[in-house]
Design a protein around this ligand. Structure first.
Ligand SMILES: Nc1ncnc2c1ncn2[C@@H]1O[C@H](COP(=O)(O)OP(=O)(O)OP(=O)(O)O)[C@@H](O)[C@H]1O
Ligand SMILES: [Mg+2]
Length: 302
């Protein structure tokens, strides 16, 4: 028997003794693990193999119903004011996206920005809300910011198990999908922070998940990390139909916004959200609001 053959045989016996590959999630967090080890495990588990009996429709009935406590400061549609300027802007964004969809296939959308704190999670959460306010529309929000998952906080949802556990093959599709008080709004939270998000996101399991769930939801909206410092958003851009770029008014440096735009030059950027615009910066918004809101008709000032 050749030495190579012997080595292969020995490896096979060792594998048989070790049993199925398992990843200890806490080890990913608590122990400085070598990148190569995690990547190797992720690759072994990220083949996009479905859970036996998996069906996208079953995901809906088997998703976890969780009590959500949305933050009314961030979730505009929980603030009680039906015609606030912010809500009107999200209604406009919704109709622009439906217009874009008439010209191209558009159901998997990622939200990103050049830098941190520009309003990606804010935009994702409010876009999801405004979509499901239309009768019969169903939306899924996915927190793919595996370095700093925050989307669950905005919704007041549970932090996990989430996408990171799923991508490592630790849990199945059913365990990560939450639904709360808004009937047609679903969430996959980020889950535990991992050391190798870009590799996990680029694996076959992410692609499999998105493609499987596509037929169940009108929109899948993916919250991502900022595009300039890390490669994660760029990985996700390969898996979606369109990119929504958030730029924070009076905050994002022009160079950073340009770099983010260049990063997605080859991708389908469907629009730019200028976030945090005050009415005095945008008199048109003020005019529109003053003319059409019920408050204006009754003379009550906003
Ligand atoms: N238009 C807005 N009006 C009021 N508050 C906002 C607005 N946009 C964002 N914020 C607030 O600014 C903060 C940062 O927003 P958000 O978390 O959405 O940014 P982010 O781009 O997702 O940040 P990160 O890169 O850290 O994930 C949050 O507290 C959010 O509630
Ligand atoms: Mg965020």
């Amino acid at each position: 028997m050749s030495r190579i053959h012997e080595a292969l045989k020995r490896a096979e016996q060792e594998r048989a003794l070790a049993g199925p590959v398992q990843l200890d999630t806490t080890s990913v967090l608590d122990r400085p693990t070598e990148a190569g080890e995690i990547i190797a495990n992720a690759a072994a588990l990220a083949g996009g193999v479905p859970t036996p009996g998996f069906s996208a429709e079953a995901v809906l009935t088997r998703s976890r119903t969780v009590s959500w406590n949305p933050d009314p400061k961030t979730m505009l549609f929980f603030s009680g004011e039906e015609h606030s300027p912010g809500k009107e802007q999200f209604r406009t964004l919704r109709s622009r996206l439906y217009q874009a969809r008439e010209k191209q296939p558009l159901s998997k959308l990622m939200v990103t920005s050049a830098l941190p704190k520009e309003g990606k999670s804010f935009t994702t959460a409010n876009l999801g809300q405004v979509i499901v306010r239309q009768h019969g529309r169903r939306a899924l929000l996915i927190d793919a910011d595996l370095r700093n998952p925050q989307l669950h906080r905005v919704l007041g949802a549970e932090p996990g198990p989430g996408l990171s556990e799923y991508l490592q093959g630790l849990v199945d599709e059913y365990s990560i999908l939450q639904r709360g008080s808004m009937d047609n709004l679903f969430l996959i939270p980020g889950g535990q922070i991992v050391a190798n998000p870009a590799e996990l996101l680029a694996g076959g399991r992410m692609k499999f998940l998105l493609n499987s769930l596509q037929s169940v939801f009108d929109w899948i909206i993916i919250d991502t990390p900022p595009a300039v410092p890390v490669a994660d958003a760029s990985m996700i851009a390969n898996l979606v139909d369109g990119v929504l770029l958030v730029v924070r008014s009076n905050s994002t440096p022009i160079d950073a916004a340009r770099r983010a735009r260049n990063e997605f030059l080859e991708r389908n950027v469907v629009g730019v959200v200028l976030n945090g615009v005050t009415p005095d910066v945008s008199p048109y918004v003020q005019y529109y609001y003053a003319s059409y809101s019920p408050e204006a008709r009754t003379g009550v000032k906003n």
